[in-house]
Design a protein around this ligand. Sequence first.
Ligand SMILES: Nc1ncnc2c1ncn2[C@@H]1O[C@H](COP(=O)(O)OP(=O)(O)OP(=O)(O)O)[C@@H](O)[C@H]1O
Ligand SMILES: [Mg+2]
Length: 252
Amino acid sequence: MALLEIKNLHAEIDGKKILNGLDLTIERGKVHAIMGPNGSGKSTLAYVLAGKPDYTVTEGEILFDGESILDLAPDERAAKGMFLAFQYPLEIPGVATMNFLRTALNSQRKKRGEGELSTPEFLKRVRETAAKLNINPDMLKRAVNVGFSGGEKKRNEVLQMALLEPRIAVLDETDSGLDIDALKIVADGVNRLRSPDRGFVVITHYQRLLDYIVPDVVHVLSKGRIVKTGGKELAHELEANGYAEFQAEAAE
Ligand SMILES: Nc1ncnc2c1ncn2[C@@H]1O[C@H](COP(=O)(O)OP(=O)(O)OP(=O)(O)O)[C@@H](O)[C@H]1O
Ligand SMILES: [Mg+2]
């Protein structure tokens, strides 16, 4: 059974249809990249997977471990092991990053019937992971993402991911705004988490990221559906030729 199976997914927001019969299967242990033109529905797919309430699924199915998650609230999906890093990470004024991380981790553990981590154990994990991601520990005292630079926000998302140890992680343009060194650090962070029972969906515009996070499968999303699937060479073709071919096809 696939880790995540999306079948004929149709979704809309404010009466506007964005996803149009999207099919996508993610296997355990695999990294899937999704590329596609601006406005094709990549972030919408991430939001719909997360269960953001503004979106309505009008048709189709999302199966996680073979079970539909469409009726689950966002926090229930997270407790099952879904993690989404958004293109525009949310700022949470007044909530220190460290407290946010602890609350997120412990509430997920509680939902799964696991005990809370002790404070020393939690601090040890955060500090180790932050160090690997080159995140200054002082940043963890600041409110979540408030005043963080673009690259700091993205690294903070990867820190969250590493702590939560999800079973499927969807990263929406986690490479945007990163300098070259940060790109490598973030890619390392992702690569360290690759494991036979975890799946990744990496949404990106740039082939360059895929030199560091080498995908098993590359998909092209156009006008709300997957219009082409291939290996990592597909990303190189797109870099060379752009999307004109797919936009014409999807319009037919
Ligand atoms: N509230 C809304 N009302 C109407 N249209 C919307 C709304 N929210 C999003 N859309 C539209 O949905 C389409 C898909 O947006 P989405 O953010 O999923 O694209 P994307 O593939 O992530 O693009 P990018 O590469 O620029 O990040 C866009 O045309 C966008 O304008
Ligand atoms: Mg987007």
